[in-house]
Design a protein around this ligand. Structure first.
Ligand SMILES: Nc1ncnc2c1ncn2[C@@H]1O[C@H](COP(=O)(O)OP(=O)(O)OP(=O)(O)O)[C@@H](O)[C@H]1O
Ligand SMILES: [Mg+2]
Length: 309
């Protein structure tokens, strides 16, 4: 089996390279050494997205964090943010603190991820077995979200991080912006490749996250997006009317058919159900597979999840 190679030109959508130039902070970005709030100094800019700009920040005792400074124009639901902060899981990037910068912007201070999956898939060679580990972690994070009523709404490779040998979902604080009445349609600014059909309508929720996670899995396994095209309209048409190419991954065909059913009723009903199906599939496959590069991580003995209904 050949190692998985990705097509780097497809990744531009992931990091919002073309997004947001009309909605950036009206004030100057922070420079290295700037004191951003009490005892925290900017080290470097990591990147910008829909809601703000992320900086590497060092505190006075030398500890690093990633700090997202929310765009001035974007309101944040602070009560919800407080609630989200209390959700702790090994599969989520921890939110360490929230508050206001000296310039009056809302900030979210998070654990620093070692790298996001979009960087990792572009820069390293990985095996299918690693993908199984990564995706199990992602599904466990989805279970935590569903148990806590948190909808991420922007799951994609650049919002998933590797830390301490574990894959963690980050940027779930964005929901505090999405949750405001004017924020829900922010979903229209998220990366089109990951969007479920229902995300184009008014009513959507956790199913959008399960769909986007399946896009992540498909991408990790094939190096391509399941629904693609030359233009936004073509990609949208593919999401609504076309089937992904499952010939690339015949062993996962039935799993993806359920993940990408156009009608939500024909999909997995919750992350637990999806996780159990995925685990059955990869345990079955495990004996047949030989890793190609490096030492695969030891497969953790995972507790089976209880079906949702
Ligand atoms: N906790 C973190 N640790 C390390 N890097 C992070 C962390 N949070 C975000 N980043 C990185 O910072 C960059 C900017 O993140 P940001 O969330 O603003 O944009 P994005 O992820 O590209 O798009 P979106 O706004 O749709 O999430 C991305 O490369 C992201 O991977
Ligand atoms: Mg992000």
């Amino acid at each position: 089996m050949a190692p998985i190679m990705v097509k780097s030109n497809l990744m531009h959508d992931d990091k919002n390279i073309n997004l947001m130039h009309d909605d950036k902070n009206s004030i100057e970005p922070y420079q290295k050494g700037d004191l951003i709030y009490q005892n925290h100094y900017v080290q470097s800019l990591i990147g910008s997205g829909i809601f703000g700009t992320v900086y590497a920040v060092k505190n006075s005792i030398g500890l690093f964090s990633a700090v997202k400074v929310i765009n001035k124009k974007t309101r944040v639901n602070n009560d919800l943010m407080q609630q989200i902060m209390r959700v702790r899981s090994n599969q989520l990037i921890t939110i360490e603190n929230i508050g206001e910068t000296y310039k009056g912007e809302y900030y979210i201070q998070m654990n620093m991820g070692e790298g996001c999956l979009s960087d990792i898939v572009l820069e390293s060679i990985y095996t299918e077995e690693w993908v199984y580990e990564w995706f199990s972690d992602i599904l466990n994070a989805l279970i935590v979200f569903e148990d806590n009523g948190v909808e991420h709404l922007n799951i994609k490779l650049s919002n998933i991080f590797v830390m301490d040998d574990t894959v963690k979902i980050g940027d779930y604080g964005n929901i505090a912006c999405f949750s405001l009445p004017e924020g829900k349609r922010m979903i229209d600014r998220t990366s089109i490749h990951y969007r479920a059909p229902e995300s184009f309508s008014e009513k959507f929720g956790h199913s959008v996250d399960r769909w986007a996670s399946a896009v992540v899995l498909y991408y990790l396994l094939t190096g391509e997006y399941p629904f693609d095209g030359e233009t936004i309209e073509q990609i949208k048409d593919s999401i609504f009317n076309k089937q992904p190419n499952l010939k690339l991954i015949p062993k996962f065909a039935s799993f993806f058919e359920r993940c990408f059913a156009k009608d939500r009723d024909n999909r997995f009903r919750c992350a637990r159900e999806m996780s159990n199906a995925f685990e059955d599939l990869t345990i079955l496959k495990k004996d047949k597979q030989q890793p190609i590069y490096g030492q695969p991580k030891k497969r953790k003995k995972r507790k089976r999840c209880i079906p949702c209904r």
